[in-house]
Every structure is written in structure tokens, then in C-alpha cells.
Design a protein around this ligand. Structure first.
Ligand code: SAM
Length: 227
């Protein structure tokens, strides 16, 4: 295992999120200057309609699932880290919170109208197979929205590097589970860019794959439909 190359075994990823659960929400707010809430809202606006059955996979502490519920969805949140889910449960009693592995989910084929994933696909052991599993639980005509950190090109690149590769891991050093914040930039570095992720989504069977860049190009919101 190595945090520095951003490649960890699933048990190590889970252990890492178990440890950072107490500071996860606060770190999100600080790292994104409070913008993450706006990105989550945008993601659900692109995909969720009132009454939709929504799965938020890799739901963590539940912020994206809660946005989907506010939009009128009937929401299930799934994550493999119990400490992250404990925090999610406090945010909504109306959402069904399920502990499970996104690579092999305890749901039937075509069970959901919408699948959302916020900053989660980057952690999956095998991204291609993970996307196929997400497609499996979506009904034909259903929609997926994926938010993920990406590396901006152009003018913002040096600022992003200073912030993300320098200050974020440094902040992590003073927090419990701090090694996670060494893993974070490394995992983003090895993660496919938006074009490649679009191609992987096509390969997993999704169509009408589109993405838009947010946060000065540091976050990509991909949407697609299961044919
Ligand atoms: C960066 S957090 C994102 C949490 C939340 N979606 C958000 O928007 O803040 C990634 C989450 O994915 C979960 N995760 C990673 N791999 C997983 C897997 N194979 N199955 C289930 N959950 C997983 C972790 O436990 C963690 O809570």
C-alpha cells in the first residue's frame, strides 16, 4: 500500500475514511472554501426529480444524499465506512443508510431512477467495473451524476498545485487520520481526466455522457444516461 501514489487496497481506503470521519465535513468546507455545497446542489439539479428513487453511492457523511432528498428524491445512501455513515444518519432519518461495497451492491438490477456519486469513484478499486456496477442498479433511461476532483489546466494549475499538493497534506498532518490528506492529491493525480472518465463511462454502457467543469476547473460534474 502507498498513500503517496494514491493506490490503496479497499480495506485501507475504508480504514482511512473510518479515521478521518470526525474531521471530514470540516476539511471539505476548508478545502473548497465552502463551495462543495453548491457543487452538490448543482449535481442533484442535473439529475434528480421529485419522486425519483435515488442511490447516492459512496455517500460518506451524507451531504449529497441530503441534497437529493431536499430535491424530493426517495434516497438510499451507501458507504462501506460505518463511522462516515454514523455522521450521515444524524443528518436525515428519512434517508435509508446502507453499509455496503459499491463494487458489489446489495440492490437489484434497475432498482433506481438516479445514481449519484460525490467524490467517491476515485477511490474504487477498479473504476471500469465500479461504473458497470453503478449502471446495473440504474433503470433504463435512468441518470447518473458523478462529481469528482480533477486537475485544472491553464492559468489555475500552479495555484491548485500549491494548494492541493502542498497545503492540503500539510493541514492533514495536524489532524487525526492525516495520512489521508497525502493520499488525496496522489489519488487525484492518478485519476483519469474528464475526457478519459467520459470514455470509461461510455465503456460501462452509459450514453449522452457530458461533463462541465466547476471550481475553476478543479471539479468535474459528469452526467449520463443508461440506455
Ligand atoms: C471522499 S468521500 C465522499 C463522501 C461524499 N460522497 C461526499 O460527497 O462528501 C468517499 C467515500 O467513499 C467511500 N467509499 C470508497 N470506496 C468505497 C466502496 N468500494 N464502497 C463503498 N463506499 C466506498 C468512503 O468510505 C468515503 O466515505
Amino acid at each position: 500500500m502507498t498513500h503517496e501514489t494514491g493506490t490503496l487496497q479497499p480495506d485501507e481506503v475504508r480504514g482511512m475514511f473510518d479515521r478521518i470521519a470526525p474531521v471530514y465535513d470540516a476539511m471539505n468546507r476548508v478545502m473548497t472554501a465552502g463551495l462543495d455545497g453548491r457543487w452538490r446542489k448543482l449535481a442533484v439539479e442535473q439529475a434528480v426529480w421529485p419522486g425519483d428513487r435515488v442511490l447516492d453511492a459512496c455517500c460518506g457523511t451524507g451531504d449529497l444524499a441530503v441534497q437529493a432528498e431536499r430535491r424530493g428524491g426517495k434516497v438510499v445512501g451507501l458507504d462501506f465506512s460505518e463511522p462516515m455513515l454514523q455522521r450521515a444518519r444524524k443528518k436525515s432519518g428519512a434517508i435509508e443508510w446502507v453499509q455496503g461495497d459499491a463494487m458489489a451492491m446489495p440492490f437489484s438490477d434497475a432498482e433506481f431512477d438516479v445514481v449519484t456519486v460525490g467524490f467517491g469513484v476515485r477511490n474504487l478499486e477498479d473504476l471500469g467495473s465500479g461504473l458497470v456496477e453503478l449502471a446495473r442498479v440504474l433503470r433504463p433511461g435512468g441518470k447518473i451524476a458523478v462529481l469528482e476532483i480533477t486537475r485544472p489546466r491553464g492559468i489555475l494549475q500552479p495555484f491548485f498545485r500549491l494548494w492541493f499538493d502542498g497545503l492540503v497534506p500539510l493541514a492533514g498532518k495536524v489532524l487525526p487520520g492525516g495520512r489521508a490528506y497525502t493520499y488525496l492529491p496522489a489519488s487525484v493525480r492518478r485519476f483519469p481526466g474528464p475526457e478519459d472518465l467520459s470514455a470509461l463511462m461510455e465503456g460501462a454502457g452509459f450514453r449522452e455522457v457530458r461533463y462541465r467543469l466547476l471550481g475553476g476547473g478543479s471539479v468535474a460534474l459528469h452526467t449520463a444516461v443508461k440506455p
